[in-house]
Design a protein around this ligand. Structure first.
Ligand SMILES: [Zn+2]
Length: 81
């Protein structure tokens, strides 16, 4: 009787994953073996997350290109309103 409400929300809908995008390199070791992901924080700020496969350095950047301190990102992501 119960209608299967198969409404699966895709919270990551705005997430664009780009593996090994040309032009992106690790800020720590310079390797181009990085994963760069663009997403929006919960407060709507567009950011890029870059993870290096070689040295595991990770960094967050605003779309404008400036580096975001991780604590700043976590603080934004933690905002519950
Ligand atoms: Zn690296």
């Amino acid at each position: 009787m119960a209608r299967a409400s198969a409404t699966v929300h895709a919270p990551l809908g705005s997430l664009t994953q780009r593996g090994a995008r040309a032009g992106v390199s690790c800020q720590a070791c310079g390797s181009e073996r990085v994963t760069s992901i663009s997403m929006h924080l919960t407060d709507g700020s567009p950011v890029s997350f870059t993870s290096c496969h070689r040295c595991e350095h990770r960094s967050w950047q605003e779309q404008a290109g400036s580096v975001l301190p991780v604590a700043h990102v976590l603080d934004k992501a933690r905002k519950i309103r």
